[in-house]
Design a protein around this ligand. Structure first.
Ligand code: ADP
Length: 403
């Protein structure tokens, strides 16, 4: 089956066409600045035994997402850099969806009723869900016959027990508005935790694993016997770890204090917490860890402190989740920083001697591939497992369609 994976943001659309039998990416690309002047499209057709990889980049105006999907289909079917003969070759579309609220605990076939239910979750993810729905509507308009599946970022975390997902605020806010912790990056946490069990030849149903998904957005999850029991993001992706530009956990009273001092509204303050805080805000430098490490190695004190504060918080979550699961069988790093940044892994690993484990410096010089990086006698293996959310979405899509 050829599955088109769509990840639609408010002004961007990422896509991959995956052959579900071989699990190979046939083509992938990105549309940027949709609805904004200066649109850009990049498309790469993967290498095959017959030909080399082909990449095109072009400036093209995309007034809306329908136009973007139209261009994606044109690229996929193009005679020169396309990978399929016609639209009929696309067997299914898998949509990455951010918030499924309490309604969706697994991937779901998209129907009119499901679209309505996703709309009802818009309040919970006002930036993401409407954009995701635009992607669904655009694809439906252009491919009305093709079955579509929604895969939710929150779904994997729906197994969290009440004690983990409730906030310590009046219960009526949960009853009235469903204010609770939901968690995100679920597709990644699910894929990576399963893969870790496979690599270690463990039974996933009898396995306690902590997954550290450290990308621009970052979250940790505790997965016990195949089910998520806790995760660091909350009602929104703002809770938990320090991130590229998000603050993560803080004392909520800080909001009023800064608003008063700086004459800001709550929504301006939330923009600061989402876009100008975390690693960027603290280091006064960059949200990108490559810049941070370079500066820290150059003697920039604030960059060093930021790096230490970041790693310290990851280590604290590992401690908390070890307690939550009454033990841990493996600790895994994934996503941009987790897969590529040996400094952060080393710093986090240095906190884990109480568990009888740590990162072996000589094994840690690895980027973007599966590896065990704990020292040989370690009681608990520490791994790198590159995430692959698109492949996970393709697998879910095939599963839901029962093919
Ligand atoms: P997201 O998907 O959440 O936007 P990513 O998973 O791509 O984010 O992670 C982005 C982060 O990964 C950036 O901070 C970047 O510095 C870091 N990163 C990516 N590649 C490397 C690398 N080769 N070395 C060090 N850090 C890297």
């Amino acid at each position: 089956m050829k599955v088109l994976i769509i990840n639609c943001g408010s002004s961007s659309l990422k896509y991959q066409l995956i052959d579900s039998e071989t699990e190979k990416v046939l083509a992938k690309g990105l549309c940027e600045r949709i609805g904004i002047e200066g649109g850009m499209l990049s498309h790469t057709a993967s290498e095959t035994p017959e030909r080399e990889a082909r990449k095109i980049e072009k400036a093209v105006e995309m007034p809306d997402h329908v136009k973007a999907v139209e261009l994606v289909i044109e690229c996929l079917t193009d005679k020169e850099y396309g990978v399929i003969g016609s639209l009929e070759d696309i067997d299914a579309v898998g949509h990455r969806l951010v918030h499924g609220g309490e309604r969706f605990s697994e991937a779901t076939l998209i129907t009119d009723e499901v679209i309505k239910a996703i709309e009802e979750c818009n309040d919970l993810a006002p930036l993401h869900n409407p954009a995701n729905l635009t992607g669904i509507r655009s694809c439906r308009q252009l491919m009305p016959e093709v079955p579509m599946v929604g895969v939710f970022d929150t779904a994997f975390h729906q197994t969290m027990p009440k004690k983990a997902y409730l906030y310590g605020i009046p219960y009526e806010y949960y009853e009235k508005y469903k204010i609770r912790r939901y968690g995100f990056h679920g597709t990644s946490h699910s894929y990576v935790s399963k893969r870790a069990a496979e690599i270690l030849h463990k039974n996933y149903q009898d396995f306690k694993v902590i997954v550290c998904h450290l990308g621009n957005g970052a979250s940790v999850s505790a997965v016990k016997n195949g089910q998520c029991v806790d995760t660091s993001m909350g009602l929104t992706p703002l809770e938990g770890l320090f991130m590229g530009t998000r603050s993560g956990d803080l004392d909520p009273a800080i909001l009023e204090f800064i608003c008063n001092k700086e004459n800001l509204s709550i929504s301006e303050m939330l923009t600061i917490l989402n876009k100008k805080s975390g690693v960027l805000g603290l280091s006064k430098l960059s949200s990108d860890f490559r810049d941070l490490i370079a500066a820290a190695n150059d003697g920039n004190e604030l960059a060093r402190t930021t790096l230490e504060a970041y790693s310290y918080r990851v280590a604290k979550y590992i401690g908390a989740y070890t307690a939550a699961m009454n033990g841990v069988d493996a600790i895994v790093f994934t996503a941009g920083i987790g897969e590529n940044n040996s400094d952060v892994r080393q710093l986090v690993g240095d906190y884990l001697s109480y568990l009888g484990t740590g990162v072996d410096r000589s094994k840690n010089d690895v980027r973007g591939k599966e590896a065990v990086i704990s020292y040989d006698e370690a009681r608990i293996p520490i791994l790198i497992v590159p995430t692959n959310e698109e492949l996970a979405i393709a697998r879910e899509t095939v599963k839901v369609l029962g093919r």
